[in-house]
Design a protein around this ligand. Sequence first.
Ligand code: CP
Ligand code: NVA
Length: 302
Amino acid sequence: MGSLLSVCDIKEEVEYIIDLAGQIKEGKKEQRPLEGKTLAMIFQKSSTRTRVSFDVGMYQLGGRAIFLSSNDLQMGRGEPISDTARVLSRFVDGIMIRAIEHDDVIELAKYSDVPVISGLTNLEHPCQALADMLTIKEHFGSFENKKICFVGDGNNVCNSLLLIAPLLGMDMSVTCPEGYEPKEEIVNQALKYADEKNTEITITDDINVALENVDVVYTDVWVSMGDEAEKAQREIDLMPYQVNRELMDLANDEAVFMHCLPAVRGQEVSAEVIDGPQSVVYDQAENRLHAQKAVLYHYMKD
Ligand code: CP
Ligand code: NVA
């Protein structure tokens, strides 16, 4: 069955998983498909949405989840990731991990006999991207002729959106100051997907160019978990990229505002925008539950 560490891992199944999430949300799938199954959830970083939605999702699917803070695991005292993977595989049916380093998740999956699902690393946030796309599909009805613009720090959330948008046929632009561009390897992969699907990707520091004909304006925090030492400089560099009323007015009239949350009002987004009528951030947060139930169903059902 494999693991979900990157959007690239579900290149072929991405539409199916989003449709499945919609069906699960509407109560159209069987009850308790994961009866008797257990998910181990390893967290090396803080979480509200990911932790609660995976836990509630497993419960609603008939299984259970075990929360494991990496500080409490022997892994936190230096037990190899490979041994952790091999041992957990003897107990549980799936492992969800929020890790500091993406390479550690690759290592965990390499030695695990059960599916590993990433709940965010420094490189990607694939489950967030699935929930975001479910939200866009619900709002607009389809992805056809739709364009998403990510504004601000080209971080893990931006990376996963760059990979998922072309796979679903959406155009995407990223606008950020010099030095805050998404990772080159991700942009190159996204450009390949865009080529295959005949969509467009634009990376620019010019807000006016990026916001042309945009249906979804997306931003995320300027200081991701792990970037705290750069806080002061980031706030200076990224301030011109704040999503405020003026920036929203550059997008289409019917555009929505999205943010994975948690958000810092007055930094990456003004309160007026995130708390205003164009914002769909709480639908997005709710859809983490439905999208992850689809992921759990797909990876853990017999
Ligand atoms: N969006 C998101 O992953 O939120 P948490 O950090 O609260 O899990
Ligand atoms: N980019 C943020 C996302 C949090 C959900 C971070 O990595 O901290």
